[in-house]
Write a protein that binds this ligand. Structure first.
Ligand SMILES: [Zn+2]
Length: 451
């Protein structure tokens, strides 16, 4: 089915049918929702479409993390295709230290492959591409690492995994980031697949090593925000390595949909498209009232599965605050729901000198300074040993260029974005982020919290 050419009414019919089917399956074999519905006096058969979803309570991350096995459908009479667990991914961001499993049956895995094919079409990946998967090998299996395999498999593209990541002395399979940088050259990769901060370091390293990336045409990024400044910085670095007309494709993904919401346009001005409105219903909600907010208004993103058999979530809160649009996309004409704002989280606000500040605009601004190789914004105290001493803002910077002018620029950006004058410290770039050790860079550190 080409969901992108369907009218909003037609998509809605598919979504309503999806809800009804999921309700019937949850009634049969979903331990958590059977219990919740019973306690609240909700009948599964009363939920007939997306408009009835508001009668269902929201599911928080904590609800799901507390008993993930109870979110898996138990359908003993279903076919092997529907009930066999095909793979397990784990969600990040656990506060308990225990990663939360997300189970996919064969049904779900086939669906993921099909959705990957749609995403590839939106992004413009082709069988001629060679994808360099630079996501690291980690102890806990993450969506991002495996997704590159799925895309390459389903469109018939070539794949090379650079396999940096967590080393294991008994099984020495991981590579250094220098080795990874060289693999991109020798494989003739056309697509760099990875987390923005890691790709930035990889490109810096490639320049130091005088490598030739002339075949690279795209950096497909996900896993952390990619501001306009960072996007331009990546493009500049790819060009310096020989890439002719490179672009950045930004995606917003999470394990609980096993795919990404994806940009269609080069400039990233038309938001993140839901590639599977027949599989996931997205709403922005006011959590306290458990009500859907209007399109165009900010709200917490809630996802409802419409066609799954393993882990099933209804009105699941991802924790991100987004603005949604169901208007036809002005860039590509697709009619599917889009996230038209940069998703952010409330937890990223920091109480500093008595007020709540959002460090994101500062991080965004610093990401776009070409002279800066790495940076970190540190919220600390005048005297770190004294818990009563005044709050103090530090920006740690790595650069190989003129320090005085970089210092002035950093101070200026801090005054513009957070209205504070920082202390600027110059440090080696690996002191801020060592790509051979960490999964992603920490751009903001609150030393007052970790003490
Ligand atoms: Zn579009």
């Amino acid at each position: 089915m080409n969901v992108f050419s369907r009218s909003p009414d037609e998509i809605r019919k598919v979504q309503d049918a999806g809800i009804r089917r999921m309700m019937a399956l949850c009634e049969k074999g979903h331990a958590y929702y059977r219990e919740i519905f019973k306690a609240r006096g909700i009948r599964f058969s009363d939920v007939k479409g997306i408009d009835d979803l508001e009668s269902i309570p929201l599911t928080s991350k904590a609800d799901y993390m507390a008993r993930p096995e109870d979110f898996v459908l138990k359908l003993p009479d279903a076919s092997l295709f529907e009930r066999l667990i095909y793979n397990v991914l784990y969600t990040t961001g656990t506060t308990t230290g225990r990663p939360t499993p997300f189970y996919n049956t064969a049904h779900d895995y086939y669906a993921t492959l099909m959705i990957s094919k749609r995403v590839a079409r939106i992004v413009g990946l082709t069988p001629e591409d060679t994808i360099a998967n630079t996501y690291p090998l980690t102890t806990v299996p993450h969506l991002t690492f495996f997704a590159a395999f799925w895309y390459a498999t389903v469109i018939g593209a070539r794949l090379v995994s650079t396999l940096t990541g967590t080393p294991n002395p008994e099984f020495p399979v991981t590579n250094s980031s220098r080795h990874a940088a060289r693999m991109v050259e020798t494989s003739g990769a056309t697509v760099l697949w990875g987390i923005p901060s890691f790709l930035r370091r990889l490109l810096t390293l490639a320049e130091e090593m005088n490598l030739d990336y002339h075949r690279v045409r795209m950096a497909a990024v996900a896993g952390e925000p990619c501001s306009r400044g960072l996007r331009e910085d990546l493009v500049r670095r790819m060009k310096r390595l020989g890439a002719k007309n490179p672009r950045v494709n930004n995606r917003f993904g999470f394990t609980e949909i096993s795919t990404v919401l994806v940009e269609c346009d080069e400039a990233g001005e038309c938001g993140f498209h839901n590639p599977a409105p027949d599989h996931f219903f997205l709403e922005a909600v006011d959590v306290e009232a458990a009500r859907r907010v209007e399109d165009g208004e900010p709200g917490y993103l809630a996802v409802t599965h419409l066609n799954r058999r393993g882990t099933v979530l209804l009105r699941y809160l991802t924790g991100d605050i987004v603005v949604l649009s169901r208007e036809r996309c002005p860039c590509c004409g697709r009619r599917t729901t889009r996230v038209v704002s940069q998703p952010y989280r409330k937890s990223s606000l920091i109480k500093f000198k008595g007020t709540l500040i959002n460090p994101e605009p500062l991080v965004k601004a610093l990401s776009g300074v070409p002279e800066i190789d790495e940076f970190q914004v540190v919220f600390t105290r005048q005297d770190p040993e004294d818990p009563l001493s005044a709050d103090h803002l530090q920006v740690r910077v790595a650069t190989t260029l003129d320090r005085a002018s970089v210092r002035d620029k950093v101070i200026d950006l801090c005054l513009q974005t957070v209205e504070m004058r920082p202390e600027v410290l110059f440090v080696p770039k690996n002191n801020i982020y060592d790509p051979d050790k960490g999964f992603k860079s920490r751009r903001v550190v609150d030393m007052r919290v970790t003490r």
